[in-house]
Design a protein around this ligand. Sequence first.
Ligand SMILES: [Zn+2]
Length: 512
Amino acid sequence: MKNNKLIIFDTTLRDGEQSPGAAMTKEEKVRIARQLEKLGVDVIEAGFAAASQGDFEAIRSVAEVIKTSTVCSLARASENDVRRAGEAIKPAVKGRIHTFIATSPIHMENKLRMTPDQVVERAVQAVKWALEYTDDVEFSAEDAVRSDMDFLVRVFDAVIQAGARTINVPDTVGYSIPAQWGERMQQLIARVPNSDKVVWSTHCHNDLGMAVANSLAAVLGGARQVECTINGLGERAGNASLEEIVMAVRTRKDIFDLETGIDTTQIVPTSRLVSSITGYPVQPNKAVVGANAFAHESGIHQDGVLKHRETYEIMRAEDVGWGANKLTLGKLSGRNAFRSRLKELGIELESEELLNGAFARFKDLADKKSEIFDEDLHALVSDEAMEEASEHFKLVYLQASSQTGEIPHATITMSENGQEKTAESNGGGPVDATFKAIETIVDSGAELQLYSVNNITSGTDAQGEVTVRLSKGGRIVNGQGADTDIVVASAKAYLNGLNKLYSKSERAHPQV
Ligand SMILES: [Zn+2]
């Protein structure tokens, strides 16, 4: 292992998926995984195999298609978890098991109800179970930030002796600050025997807005793997954001002197894809991938940038993939051009039938919108896949009207298990009327927690992408829909959310 390589471990599909409503289907995970591979991440944590049968199968599918990145499953330090993870990653060219156990007094006493001795013993045992499946075993000490230093040294020493190859030090609760976190990494590397035989890793949460800063401090302290997610998606306030870590290391090479395997021009396309699949929009002022990240509003800045770009820009927009949303297809593009562009985007439709359906939608869209961008194709395929997956509710017909001075009204025809039903309703606006009409038929009892519209590309003929977050009985789902008509997109999103609510798949959500 060259010492100047920084391993990028992406956990969008595992920790990122733990954001409320961000649960992904197998197909969605495979699409994101293919894009992550194109982006050049070293390790893809594809899920938590013991969480549910669905997640197990999703990890397996990712393991089957991914060739250059390592595919990893999370596992608690229990025999069942580790064996499930081992089975799930079996098809992978390079597979990793990531096992963890809590090491802080508060977690050991209250959650695990285990003594420190038992925790060490179990950690070692978990590593040994994992080694039956792969020699690439990672061990994490959950809540390391609140763990006793001497105890951490003892646990890490034991798991390294047992054969763990990567040692991850997570700030599970987002409590650390950079100076402390960097020092902790340095001390661990100095004190743990054989620390030079393993890769040191960090995993930081953003509860105090310092996930990226803490991760970078750990890197300066000697960590050579960072666990992060696209757009900083993740449990609560999220994880360290991959794009910020990668661009910081690259832009400040004078400080870090490290290389990553990331093709930075794939950053923005990856961000868009993850945002559209999970229903988590990116804030405009988000570093690197926000819509304003490279916009210069002030006249003085604009003047400076026009004269000499480096006056105000430390990175180039095109280096992270902005402006790469080139016009790809138009009205006259044929089925082959459509198919090959999808292939270039890493989208492989499983059957001719799906391809035909997607192509018909593409032609429809091209009638309404003269220029079709890559983002449109992603949205279109998402839509197609969602419709395919939604056995329960489907949109058949929608008529919504709004006129100043009149009460907005909607009539909807939808099919429920193949049976068509029609309803109408008034509302505060056409979207409200549409949702009320749907509820007249469904009577779901779900609560609408969030409604947002984003345009997929620029221009008034762009497709609107709508996200709705529904909650019912403690379950939260995000529904999405895209269309050039935002009322239709809203109806699709609402039905997609209802379909997710009706397809019950409970899963356990461990925190690392
Ligand atoms: Zn985490």
